[in-house]
Design a protein around this ligand. Sequence first.
Ligand code: FAD
Length: 342
Amino acid sequence: SSSLSRFDVIVIGAGPVGLSAVFQCGMLRLRCAVVDALDAPGGQLTALYPEKPIYDIPGFPAIAAGDLVGRLLDQAAPFNPVYHFSHLVTGLERDEGTTPGLWRVRTAKGLVLEAPVVILAAGAGAFGPNRPPLADLEAYEGHSVFYSVARRETLRGKRVVIAGGGDSAVDWALSLADVAARVMVVHRRPRFRAAPETTARLEALAAQGALDLVIPYQLQALEGEGGILRSVIVADLDGARRQLDADVLLAFFGLATDLGPMAEWGLGIERHAIPVSQETCRTCRPALYAIGDVATYPGKRKLILTGFAEASAAAHNAHADCHPGEGLHFEHSTTTGVPSLG
Ligand code: FAD
């Protein structure tokens, strides 16, 4: 096998429910690997509302979503989970040739992990960028078209078109203005949706000629060859076109979720969710569990609290899949239950 270490459980999704499953599994001495398409843990809490207070977590009268994610990571940390971020899981296969059988999880980037149990905590699906509807976009993605910037140095001396009108577009325009050869900001409305202070700085830089605001314009086409961009064609609402000579397009149109790959795993997905038994969180496939927003049963409520209880149920049932024939005598957390605390 190409996996480096053996795990008992692979958790797909590092949202709040996936993170709590790592803790619940850890208490039963089941070691977890966690895979998420996002580049950071927290699922919806990180991607959609990091600063919003949450009022319905027991024990916390109010807690900011980002802080809850931090607490969940701390709680799981003693069990040494291995996290694989920026990995979209695309493949899931069962090998019954061993006892217990093994799930093989594959990601779009070629990572392969194996474990007897998989817990799907996939929420509304994998988070990924909203992609602009442009012909031949795939050919340019990863070469000249990007949805995030890992290191701004890679854009030094480049002519950069930034598309979008929110915080990401405005923040990156400001950040790149003194690194890139030229920054051109394309937005389909005359006003930006970013914080007033940063928008004011953007407009001041544009007034000084330090960058170009191309508004209100929309992306229309890419010109270039072999993934190497030459220019970005934009059009205004009347269809008048402009050609922006550029090396790189950064598109910041927010995040979308996609259940995509899971539709092929034979899980009987109904209305964007996987049916499970409420008692066990088992799906219709062996040693495969679904918990949190992605799991459904009669009366299901999509709350973090609900997902926490489901994580506990899945972990307890997963123990039997990992250790067939061994009883599990464990009910309450104790100081001896958590290794290396303090
Ligand atoms: P998610 O948080 O959706 O995480 C799923 C993760 O799985 C994502 O990171 C995704 O990238 C990853 N993933 C999915 N498919 C794949 C794949 N194929 N490969 C790799 N990774 C994958 N709930 C409350 O209880 N209280 C509140 O106050 C509250 N407020 C909310 C406010 C807003 C604005 C929103 C949008 C939701 C709120 N919710 C609240 C709901 C709560 O956020 C969800 O119930 C919770 O996030 C579900 O957690 P989860 O771990 O199941 O899924």
